[in-house]
Design a protein around this ligand. Structure first.
Ligand code: ADP
Length: 575
C-alpha cells in the first residue's frame, strides 16, 4: 500500500489497547459471534453520524466526526477518510488515531494509488488481513511503520465514488470482520451525504458568485449604452431597473446616480403630437400585456415640464413558467434626429427655391427665343442670351458649391497644397466675377514682395469666387471691391473689402454658420452656404477665415490667412 497511513501504536485510553503481540485466535469472516453491545454501538454511531451531517455545515468537521466514530465503533488503531475529485485524485484527507507530529511526518495528501486507490477506482470494499501479502499492494513509503490488516470502503453516491473510508490494525490484532464492514459502510453512506451536500453547496455558491458577476457585467454594459433601458413590472409598470441613460433621460441630466424614476411622479408620457397618451397605449403597459412594441414615438414630459421627443421599443420578459413577469423598454432621445430632419427639410426647400429662380429665367428666356426669336431685335436677343448664360453659370456655381460641401461633410475632400502666388490667382478670379458685375470696380493690390502661400489653387479660387460674389451681391449700389494681401513672415493674408451693406456687429460671428443669412436683404438671393463652405475649404488648406465690418451700411472685409509656402526662403527671394 503506497499511501502514508498511520501505523503508530495507539496509546489513547479507551481504544482497545490490546498489544499487537497478544492477538486472540483468528476468526474467519462471518464466523464472529453476535455481540449485542456492539450492535447498539453501531446504531448509536450511525445516529451520531447522521446528526453530524444534519447539524454541522463544515465538511471537514463532519468527516472528522465520522472517522472518529468509525474508529470508536470498530476498535482500530487508525482510521482515515479521503475525499476524491472527479478524476479520482484525493483532495481532502482526515485521520483519527494520529497526533499532530505523526500526521506531519506522513506528509501531504496520499497519492491515492495502491490499495486505497483501488477503493476509489473499483468502488468495492476491501477486507485484507495481510496487506504485504496482497498482490495489489505497492508497498509502503519510507518511514511508514509496518501494518497488516485493512478494512476499506468506497464512499459512493449513486454511481459516483466520492472518496474512501478505511481502518487499519484492529486493536485486538484480529482481522476485520464483515460486521465491521457493515458498520463502516453505513458511516461511509453518511460521509457520502455530507460530501454531496458540500458539493451542492459549493455549486450553489459558485452559481451565485457567477450570477453576481454577470449582473455586475450587465450593469456596466447597460450603463454604457447610449439608449435608456428600463425594466418595468406589475400593474403600475413600476421601474425596477433603469440604466444611466434612462435615468438621465427621465429625470434630467443632473439626476443622482442610481435613482429609480417613477412614472406619474417624475415623468409622464404623451403622444408624439403632445396630446395625452392613453394608459393602455404606453410602451411598458403594452409589453406587459405581451405585445412587442417597435418604434413608438412618444413625448416624455419631465416633472419640471421639459419635453423630450423619444422613440420607444418594448418587449415582454417571460418568466420560467412562460407568463409575462416584466417588460424591457428601450428609449432613445430623438431631439437631434428631429432637428436633423428639420434641417434637411429646410435645406431641400431652400435649394429647390434657389435653383428654381435661375431655372425660371433660363426657361423663360429660351422659350421666348424659341417661339419669337425671329421677331426680336438684336439687342433684346443679346440680352436674353446674356441672361441665360449668366443664370446657367450661376446654377453651375451653386451646384459646384453643393457638391464640394457634400464631399467635405463626407470627409472626402483632401486639399492638395502647393506654393501659390496669390496675386495672379486673385486677378484671374476677380476678372471672371467682374465680367458679371459691371457696376463694381475690382482692385487687386498686394503688398510688394509678397511670398507665395501654401494652398490648393482650385480650392482657393473657389473661396475667392464666393467672397467676390458676396461683395457684389451685398453691395447693390456697386463701388469698389478691393483685394489687399500682406504677410507677417509666417502667414499670408488676403483681405477682400467691399463698400456694401455691411454686417451688424452682433452678426459678424455668425456668417460662417450653415444656412445663416444674417440680417441681409431678403431680396438678395442666397442659400447661406457660401461662407460655410468657404470656411471648410480654407481650413482644409490649413488656413483661417474671418469676417469684419465697421457696421451696417459701411462695407465688409473678409480675410483669408494661409501659411507661407513651405521651404520659402525670404532672403533668397530678396537677392
Ligand atoms: P448667401 O450669400 O447665400 O446668403 P453666404 O454663406 O455666402 O450665403 O453668406 C452668409 C450671410 O453672410 C449672407 O446671407 C449675408 O447676410 C452675410 N454676408 C456675406 N457676405 C457679405 C458681405 N460682403 N457683406 C455683407 N454681408 C455679407
Amino acid at each position: 500500500m503506497g499511501d502514508p497511513v498511520a501505523v503508530a501504536p495507539d496509546t489513547t485510553p479507551g481504544n482497545g489497547g490490546t498489544a499487537p503481540g497478544d492477538a486472540p485466535p483468528r476468526r474467519r469472516l462471518g464466523d464472529e459471534p453476535a455481540d449485542p453491545r456492539r450492535h447498539d454501538r453501531a446504531l448509536i454511531a450511525a445516529y451520531e453520524a447522521a446528526l453530524a451531517v444534519a447539524s454541522e455545515l463544515d465538511l471537514e468537521a463532519v468527516l472528522q466526526r465520522i472517522v472518529d466514530l468509525a474508529r470508536s465503533v470498530v476498535p482500530a488503531r487508525y482510521a482515515a477518510l479521503g475525499v476524491a475529485d472527479a478524476r479520482g485524485a484525493l483532495v481532502q484527507f482526515v485521520t483519527a488515531g494520529l497526533d499532530a507530529a505523526e500526521r506531519a511526518a506522513i506528509g501531504p495528501l496520499p497519492k491515492g494509488h495502491g490499495l486505497l486507490g483501488e477503493l476509489i477506482r473499483d468502488g468495492e470494499p476491501l477486507l485484507i488481513s495481510d496487506i504485504a501479502a496482497d498482490p495489489r499492494s505497492v508497498g509502503f513509503p519510507p518511514n511508514h511503520p509496518p501494518m497488516r490488516s485493512l478494512l476499506g470502503v468506497p464512499i459512493r453516491l449513486r454511481e459516483r465514488v466520492l472518496g474512501n473510508l478505511y481502518l487499519c490494525e484492529r486493536n485486538d490484532g484480529a482481522p476485520f470482520t464483515s460486521d465491521d464492514l457493515t458498520v463502516v459502510q453505513t458511516l461511509a453512506l453518511h460521509a457520502a451525504a455530507a460530501i454531496d451536500r458540500a458539493h451542492l453547496y459549493r455549486q450553489v455558491e459558485q452559481g451565485r458568485a457567477r450570477a453576481e458577476e454577470q449582473r455586475d457585467h450587465l450593469r456596466v454594459i447597460l450603463d454604457s449604452l447610449p439608449s435608456g433601458v428600463l425594466i418595468q413590472t406589475g400593474e403600475d409598470e413600476a421601474v425596477e431597473l433603469a440604466n444611466a441613460a434612462a435615468v438621465a433621460l427621465l429625470l434630467g441630466p443632473d439626476a443622482p446616480a442610481g435613482a429609480l424614476p417613477r412614472d406619474g411622479r417624475d415623468y409622464g408620457l404623451r403622444q408624439a403630437d403632445g396630446a395625452p397618451l392613453a394608459p393602455e397605449a404606453r410602451p411598458g403597459r403594452r409589453a406587459l400585456g405581451g405585445e412587442t412594441v417597435r418604434n413608438q414615438q412618444v413625448v416624455l414630459e419631465r416633472a419640471g415640464g421639459e419635453r423630450v421627443p423619444v422613440l420607444a421599443q418594448a418587449a415582454p420578459l417571460h418568466d420560467a413558467t412562460g407568463s409575462v413577469g416584466g417588460a424591457v423598454v428601450v428609449i432613445q432621445d430623438v431631439t437631434r434626429l428631429r432637428e436633423a430632419e428639420q434641417l434637411k427639410d429646410d435645406f431641400l426647400s431652400l435649394i429647390s427655391h434657389e435653383f428654381r429662380t435661375p431655372l425660371t429665367a433660363i426657361h423663360g428666356g429660351a422659350h421666348l427665343l424659341a417661339r419669337q426669336g425671329g421677331d426680336l431685335d438684336d439687342a433684346t436677343r443679346d440680352e436674353l442670351l446674356t441672361d441665360i448664360v449668366a443664370e446657367s453659370g450661376r446654377l453651375d456655381r451653386m451646384l459646384t458649391n453643393l457638391l464640394e460641401l457634400t464631399a467635405i461633410l463626407a470627409g472626402r475632400l483632401v486639399a492638395a497644397t502647393e506654393p501659390v502666388l496669390l496675386e495672379p490667382l486673385a486677378r484671374e478670379v476677380a476678372a471672371e466675377v467682374a465680367a458679371r458685375a459691371p457696376g463694381h470696380r475690382f482692385v487687386v493690390a498686394p503688398a510688394p514682395g509678397l511670398p507665395p502661400a501654401e494652398g490648393d489653387p482650385a480650392l482657393l479660387a473657389q473661396v475667392l469666387r464666393n467672397l467676390y460674389e458676396n461683395a457684389v451681391k451685398y453691395a447693390p449700389d456697386g463701388g469698389e471691391v478691393r483685394t489687399a494681401a500682406t504677410t507677417d513672415g509666417q502667414t499670408v493674408t488676403l483681405r477682400v473689402t467691399d463698400q456694401g451693406i455691411g454686417i451688424a456687429p452682433e452678426h459678424v460671428g455668425a456668417v460662417f454658420e450653415r444656412f445663416r443669412r444674417v440680417g441681409g436683404d431678403p431680396t438678395v438671393r442666397g442659400m447661406g452656404l457660401g461662407l460655410y463652405l468657404s470656411r471648410h475649404l480654407v481650413e482644409a488648406q490649413g488656413g483661417a477665415i474671418a469676417a469684419a465690418s465697421p457696421g451696417i451700411g459701411r462695407g465688409a472685409t473678409f480675410a483669408v490667412t494661409l501659411p507661407v509656402a513651405r521651404g520659402w526662403d525670404p532672403d533668397g527671394a530678396k537677392e
